[in-house]
Unconditional design. Structure first.
Length: 134
C-alpha cells in the first residue's frame, strides 16, 4: 500500500504512525484542520502502551482520570479515579468510535518505509505499508 502525502494546506493526505494516545489525538487534530488522515498501527489493537498485550491485570494510571483524558472527551463517571488498563482501553475505543476513526485506522499494518518526494508545488512523503506479522 503506497500513500503519497504532501505537507501543507488542508485537504491533503497525512498518515499518523501509531494508534496510541498521542497518535489518536494527533489524528483528530489533523482531521479537524481539514487533512485526510490515515492511522497505521503495527499491532492488532489501538491503545499503544495500553494495548492488551502490553498491560497486566492490576495496572492502573498513576494520575487521576481527569488529568488523563482528552479535553473534548471526558472519561465516563463510572471509571475509577485512577483507571485500570481495561478502563483506559475502553475509553480509547470509545474515543475512536465517538470521533469516527474506525475507518481511518489500519490495524496490524506496519509502515516499512517513508521517503521524501518533490512534486511541483511542495515537498511531501511517500509511505509504504504492509500487513504486520505481530
Amino acid at each position: 500500500m503506497n500513500n503519497k502525502t504532501t505537507i501543507g494546506n488542508s485537504g491533503q493526505r497525512v498518515c499518523v504512525l501509531g494508534a496510541g494516545i498521542a497518535g489518536l489525538v494527533t489524528a483528530k487534530v489533523l482531521r479537524d484542520d481539514g487533512f485526510e488522515v490515515s492511522v497505521f498501527e503495527k499491532k492488532p489493537n489501538i491503545g499503544g502502551v495500553w494495548a492488551p498485550s502490553r498491560t497486566y491485570p492490576e495496572l492502573r494510571t498513576n494520575t487521576p482520570r481527569e488529568m488523563y483524558e482528552f479535553s473534548d472527551f471526558p472519561y465516563p463517571k463510572t471509571a475509577d479515579d485512577f483507571p485500570n488498563a481495561a478502563q483506559v482501553r475502553d475509553y480509547l475505543e470509545s474515543y475512536v468510535d465517538h470521533f469516527k476513526f474506525r475507518k481511518l485506522t489500519h490495524l496490524s499494518t506496519e509502515v516499512v518505509s517513508i521517503d521524501t518526494f518533490y512534486p511541483r508545488r511542495s515537498p511531501g512523503w511517500d509511505s509504504s505499508a504492509m500487513p504486520s506479522l505481530s
